[in-house]
Design a protein around this ligand. Sequence first.
Ligand code: 5GP
Ligand code: MN
Length: 334
Amino acid sequence: MTTVTGASLTTAIELLDTAASAGATVVLSGHVQPDADALGSTLALAEGLRRRGARVVATFPAPFVLPESLSWLPGAGALVPSDQIPTAPEVFVSLDASSTGRLGDLAGLLHSAGTSLVVDHHASNPGFGTVRLVDPGAAATVVLVAELLDGLGVAWDDDLATCLYAGLAADTGSFRFGNTAPGTHELAARLLGTGIDHATISQRLFDTAPFGRLPLLSLVAGRACLETEVGAGLVWTWATVAEARDHGLAGDQLEALVDVIRATREADVACVLKGQDDGSWVVSLRSRGATDVSHVAIELGGGGHRQAAGYTSRLDLPGTIAALRGMLATGSSN
Ligand code: 5GP
Ligand code: MN
């Protein structure tokens, strides 16, 4: 197994082209608790490789629970639980996973597969896998997948374009975040040109939730704390998966809460602590621009982007927020 550090797009295309032409088995996975970019990338590349002749298995790390907001993505019904996949495929493709830890129970495939291809856009990616297509300048991992599909000569139909658009719209905050560049809009224009129903895609991704989200939001917004003296200002709140259940909601309904909290003008950093059933806290951080929250998240065991990052804490709630305050107060995050 040779390691090709900083491999170009051409190397990645050659690898996939050779594998597909030979009818090789290719396992593809995004990160744990996959979002639209992770799943959109996985499903689009899986379908493209299938059309080119590969034996494709698309999966994601355990637990095998698909958020309702993503279960409609074309191809999602064919996703295979991670404990039912071939353990030594010719090729393993990791998509949108910023570290090996984000691959959960699938991290071993990086070594058991003949070749591993890592496709990602996180600045915090430390570099892993045999062939690496990692571009922090890409607004989403689907941008890189779009280039791979072009390189493989796969035409973008409605299904592929829907998967790619979902990832692009999600990771750019519907083209509002700083990662949106002229090329992002050009890609979006090309995707819309295939005739996809972008309004329905966005409605399903961003504007659909069970009624129970409203009382949960009330509870979580009501307990938010503003600490203007911490770093460039911190606003934080918390919610547990058990509370979501009490409102008739799946745990993934906690993901959208940070989008409400982060609008707070007085705080540069917004934080939502999501309590898991095992007692750990999954932490989402967002920055309004002055603070590099990926740096904070890396120091606390996670990763991400400058303005959106996360990590998991095994401390209790007061301990977790104290550790975060400590990191923000040092000023090393600016
Ligand atoms: P979110 O708060 O939406 O879960 O994640 C924000 C960003 O941080 C995403 O790009 C996500 O991939 C990254 N991220 C979240 N949690 C972790 C983590 O535990 N480790 C790493 N390396 N990245 C994370
Ligand atoms: Mn992404």
